[in-house]
Each structure stands twice: as structure tokens, then as C-alpha cells.
Design a protein around this ligand. Structure first.
Ligand code: ADP
Ligand code: ASP
Ligand code: MG
Length: 411
């Protein structure tokens, strides 16, 4: 007998029919002798609808009230699923974040889970019932409702799994697992049987939204085995687990793209110590995540500094930096005219094999795709390109580095 956390995403609870399918799966797991905690997301499309509603009634929606509004999507889905389970003969109890004791900090829209007092969830489980917990939401010290950022139910599920020491956290979604590329962009993508936490961290941070990045951080930190699989069949999915010695044999395990960043350039910045700190400290204080940074070679004591931020934070970042630019004597701040995409390749095998970068540049140049920025880590290479080439880049890179197999020196 195991303790299993099952997370169902929006599509998996998107209709009466899908909720009935989830009901049967949960009841069958319970009937097989396991204890089950379910974490659910809002029904497909609901979070977007609620966010649009907020923007329709307010020009600058107040963050506290936005969270109070969007968190209702999950209230509907937990109560609906609990109703269906009880009707099916399987005792169940829905729990909102304050009832499940999921405490967060007070950063609305991107709150972090601080603590989960597992007692309240486990008391439901001990009574033989299924605890149906609202994903995506938390509660801060002042009892305000917070939300964890888009895709946050994954993080709720893995944090709950860590708190109750579950044997596995199953993430049920609309694809059969983690693929070598988004299967909607590259239908030839292959499902991975296993992937290490570190590779999944990179893929998630680089745009593969199949798991929210914070959920992978939590899974790694607490060593929670994660099984990403489809709610549409019993097919085995992808296990996200600790690295082992065979994993380095795979050179490139995934290609990802991210269209959610924007590029900012601070022009003609005096090249002296302390200037970068002046620019980036206020941005960090505003909880804006700066991703790539490049600085041009200095010319006569001046340089251009370019970096990327999430699109949603662009206006805020620009207005902050404009003030700083004047203060430090830079010529000005501009954001890129054409939208950008970040395209990345990830693989543990890149640690020990040179040449992936060269092959990547060769493939992109053959398609006439210009590389604007580059960043690398031990196990990934990311490039910023014009957004209109993003899907093409994923396709050709996947073809060259995954489908055809990469041979060292074959550039
Ligand atoms: P859910 O609502 O179940 O949380 P999401 O839409 O958040 O589902 O995440 C699943 C989606 O992630 C898939 O439909 C797929 O298009 C996308 N995706 C992006 N990259 C990958 C990848 N490498 N492997 C699998 N799915 C991916
Ligand atoms: N419902 C939330 C969203 O759409 C959380 C999630 O799906 O994980 O972002
Ligand atoms: Mg998701």
C-alpha cells in the first residue's frame, strides 16, 4: 500500500466527462489499496477567463483582488470532483488552501509556499476519504488568498507530496509524458522514459510548461519521485528522478522554446564598477526575474547592456530602468521592436561532449536564423532569436540533434 498524490491539470477536469474519468481513476487507485490525495487545477480555460474578467473591470487590477478572483477556479473544480467521488461511493473531502494549511509568502500572483501543515490533509486520509486539495492557491500570514503563478498546481502537488512524504506524485496532463520537444510543435518528438531533475529543471525554465519550474525545484530538494502521465489512458509516462550513471549517454534530451520574454537594452552605459548593480538591484527587489544578460565590448569607456525579462514585467522594468539610466549617465533604454523567442537544447551528455553548440549554430544559420543572444550552462545552450522563427528553430534543431542523432565533429 502506498500514499499517492495525483495532480490533475485543466484539461483532465475540463468537462463533466473528464471529471467522471478522473473519478473512476481515483476510486480505482483507492480500491487497489492505496491512500490518495488529489490536487486539482481549474477547469481548462477558467484561469484565463478569470484573468480577462479582472482586466475588463479594472485598468490596473489590484493584485490581492486578482488572486482572490482567480483562485475561485480551483474552488469549483475541487468541490465538483469531491461531489462526483462521493456520488460514486468513494468518500472524499475538498480542501481549499487555508483548510489544507498551505501557507505562502505575500507576493500576490507568484507566491512561494513556505509550509504545509500536513495534519489537516492526513486526517482526511486517515478517515478513508480522498482529500481533494485546491492547487495553485495558498494563504499568507494575514489570511489573504495568494496564487503561485501560472501552472502553479504542479508546485502545490509536489509540495503536498513532500509534506506528507508520499511515495509518488503523479502529474496527469493532456500529453503522455515529457517529450524531447513540445509534441504540439514537433510531432516527431519522442517520449522520454526517465529524465533527471536537473534536465527537467532546465527544460521547465526554458519554456516546457509541462511542469512548472518551482515544482521541479521542490521535487529535487525533497527527492519526490514524479511520474508525468496522461489522464486519457493507462499508458506509462515519464519518471522525473535523481540522476544515475546511464543518463549521461543521452546527449540531447530536449529542445524547448519560450515566447514569454522581452529584450531590454540600456544604451551607452558608463563602463565602471557598480553600474550593473545599480541597474539590476531595483529589478530584483521588484521580484522581476532577469534571464539572459550580455554586455558589449567596451568602447571609449561606454558599453551597451542587453538583458531579458518576462514579457509581463516589461513595462515595470522599463520604467524602473529609465530612472536609473539617467542617474548613471547612460544614453537611454529601449526594448526590442520585434518579439523574441528563446530556444534551448538540454542534455546531461553535453557535459562530456563538445560540439553541440557548433552544430546548433550551423543548423540555425542554414535556415538564415540570426542569433541575438547566447547563454550556456553545463547541460544547456539557449539562444535568443526573432520570435517568428521559434517553431522552425525547434523543428530543425530537434531533427538535427535528436532525430538524426548527433555525431561529434559532424558539423
Ligand atoms: P496541465 O493543464 O495538465 O497542467 P499544461 O498545458 O500546463 O497542462 O502542460 C502540458 C502541455 O505542455 C502539453 O500540452 C504540451 O503542449 C506542453 N509541453 C511543452 N513542452 C513539452 C515537452 N517537452 N513534453 C511534453 N509536453 C510539453
Ligand atoms: N489554474 C492555474 C493556471 O491555469 C494553475 C495550473 O493550471 O496549474 O495557471
Ligand atoms: Mg500546467
Amino acid at each position: 500500500m502506498s500514499l499517492i498524490v495525483q495532480k490533475y491539470g485543466g484539461t483532465s477536469v475540463g468537462s463533466v466527462e473528464r471529471i467522471k474519468a478522473v473519478t473512476q481513476r481515483v476510486a480505482a487507485t483507492k480500491a487497489a489499496g492505496h491512500d490518495v490525495i488529489v490536487v486539482v487545477s481549474a477547469m481548462a480555460g477558467e484561469t484565463n477567463r478569470l484573468l480577462e474578467l479582472a482586466s475588463a473591470v479594472a485598468q490596473k487590477p489590484d493584485p490581492r483582488e486578482v488572486d482572490a478572483l482567480v483562485a475561485t477556479g480551483e474552488q469549483v473544480s475541487i468541490a465538483t470532483l469531491a461531489l462526483a467521488l462521493i456520488d460514486y461511493g468513494q468518500p472524499a473531502r475538498s480542501l481549499l488552501a487555508h483548510q489544507a494549511r498551505i501557507s505562502t509568502d505575500n507576493i500576490y500572483g507568484r507566491a512561494r509556499i513556505r509550509n504545509i501543515d500536513s495534519e489537516s490533509i492526513m486526517s482526511v486520509v486517515r478517515q478513508g476519504a480522498v482529500a481533494v486539495v485546491a492547487g495553485f492557491q495558498g494563504v499568507d500570514d494575514g489570511f489573504n488568498i495568494t496564487t503561485l503563478g501560472r501552472g502553479g498546481s504542479d508546485t502545490s502537488a509536489i509540495a503536498v507530496a513532500a509534506a506528507v512524504k508520499a511515495d509518488v506524485c503523479e502529474i496527469y496532463t493532456d500529453v503522455s509524458g515529457v517529450y524531447t520537444a513540445d509534441p504540439r510543435v514537433r510531432p516527431a518528438a519522442k517520449k522520454l522514459d526517465r529524465i533527471s531533475y536537473d534536465e527537467m529543471l532546465e527544460l521547465a525554465s526554458l519554456g516546457a510548461k509541462v511542469l512548472q519550474i518551482r515544482s521541479v525545484e521542490a521535487a529535487k530538494r525533497f527527492a519526490v519521485p514524479v511520474h508525468v502521465r496522461t489522464s486519457f489512458s493507462d499508458e506509462e509516462g515519464t519518471w522525473v528522478v535523481q540522476e544515475d550513471s546511464t543518463m549521461e549517454n543521452v546527449l540531447v534530451s530536449g529542445v524547448a522554446m519560450d515566447l514569454n520574454e522581452a529584450k531590454v537594452t540600456v544604451l551607452h552605459v558608463p563602463d565602471r564598477p557598480g553600474v550593473a548593480a545599480k541597474i539590476f538591484t531595483p529589478i530584483a527587489k521588484a521580484h522581476i526575474v532577469v534571464d539572459m544578460i550580455i554586455q558589449n565590448a567596451s568602447e571609449e569607456g561606454f558599453t551597451d547592456l542587453t538583458f531579458t525579462v518576462p514579457k509581463g514585467d516589461l513595462d515595470k522594468a522599463l520604467s524602473m530602468i529609465k530612472g536609473v539610466a539617467t542617474e548613471i549617465g547612460a544614453a537611454g533604454v529601449v526594448s526590442s521592436e520585434s518579439p523574441i523567442a528563446k530556444v534551448s537544447v538540454v542534455g546531461l551528455g553535453m557535459r562530456s561532449h563538445a560540439g553541440v553548440a557548433a552544430r546548433l549554430f550551423e543548423v540555425l544559420s542554414r535556415e538564415g536564423i540570426n542569433v541575438q543572444m547566447i547563454s550556456t550552462s553545463e547541460i544547456k545552450i539557449s539562444v535568443v532569436i526573432e520570435a517568428k522563427y521559434a517553431e522552425l528553430a525547434v523543428r530543425v534543431l530537434h531533427q538535427a540533434l535528436v532525430e538524426e542523432g548527433f555525431e561529434e565533429g559532424a558539423t
